[in-house]
Design a protein around this ligand. Structure first.
Ligand code: PAF
Length: 302
């Protein structure tokens, strides 16, 4: 068998990789990952929709640490966007993404075309019931079905042993973990901490939409900080904590709360009393931009 052409550089994670490979064709990607898997190479995978920021780079660094081949996918997945959502204007900058990918040691960027993942006859979807219907699933029906379908397809094409996701999309991570368990996928799913801007705003590709309203967007992290302080001071009642957070957010003229909930980290069911296993989750529209954030209230908040 022909050796994998990037063997030397792939195993050396000490600096920028000169020979990053871009693959668009799913069949070519699958053939290469099959060959790598047969050679016993441990593939680490970070699926993204591109427009990379420090949050994505932290996932890639984690993948670099745990895999000997690091694959990044860039694909703005149309089926996870609802009608009237931002699919057509979702920020994209492929060249910049490739440069950033190279700087953190990505070996392969898989960037398929829409028609290749969703040909006209496409008819199969993957849906995690229950977990997909709550929180963001209420205001974005079909969103998680789109996510699990594309992630399942990408897993089948890329064949990773490890896949890394951000905890900012806490519900997405829970849904994907459940899919992996329920469908017996032999993949270790790692969840990485939220990366924040200096002022506390959680990094998101959508932050570019905020413009002049960026200051108001800080109400999300401030609500989380307030909730953490209340818990540190002994408050355990979810209703009281949520009421205080709601009051903070409603002070911003352009903020519209989608949900504020305190949930069990695994079932995502509401909890009355907070415990170390509960997570505070919120989704708020700041003007036209919908932002999400979350925090385990027993953990310290920067
Ligand atoms: O988190 C994202 O960027 C997307 O939902 C994902 C996991 C890449 C699927 O399109």
């Amino acid at each position: 068998m022909e050796p994998f052409p990037m063997t030397n550089t792939v195993l050396n994670d000490s600096g920028p990789q000169a020979d990053l490979k871009v693959i668009r064709d799913p069949a070519e990607m699958r053939a290469l990952s099959t060959r790598l898997a047969e050679e016993g190479r441990r593939i680490a995978f970070v699926p993204t929709m591109g427009y990379l920021h420090e949050g994505h780079l932290s996932l890639l660094r984690e993948g670099r640490r745990h895999g000997d081949v690091l694959i990044l996918s860039i694909f703005v997945n149309p089926i996870q966007f609802g009608e009237g959502e931002d699919f057509s204007v979702y920020p994209r900058d492929f060249e910049r993404d490739v440069d950033l990918a190279r700087s953190v040691g990505v070996d392969i960027v898989f960037a398929p075309d829409i028609e290749d993942l969703y040909p006209p006859e496409f008819a199969t979807y993957v849906e995690v019931e229950g977990l997909s219907a709550t929180l963001c699933g209420r205001s974005r029906p079909g969103h998680f079905r789109g996510v699990t379908t594309v992630v399942c397809k990408l897993f089948n094409i890329v064949r990773p042993r490890i896949a890394v996701f951000g905890r900012k999309d806490f519900q997405q991570l829970a849904v994907i973990r459940r899919m992996v368990r329920d469908l017996h996928m032999d993949i270790e799913v790692r969840g990485m901490p939220i990366v924040r801007e200096a002022d506390g705003l959680a990094r998101s590709s959508r932050n570019v939409y905020l413009g002049d309203l960026r200051g108001q967007a800080l109400c999300l992290v401030e609500a989380l900080r307030l909730a953490s302080r209340l818990v540190a001071g002994g408050e355990r009642n979810s209703t009281a904590i949520i009421a205080a957070a709601r009051e903070r957010i409603e002070r911003e003229p352009e903020a519209r709360i989608d949900y504020i909930q305190i949930c069990d980290e695994t079932t995502l069911g509401d909890v009355e009393e907070v415990s170390p296993a509960s997570v505070f989750l919120l989704a708020v529209r700041i003007g036209k931009t919908r932002l999400i954030d979350n925090h385990h209230l027993f953990e310290e908040m920067a």
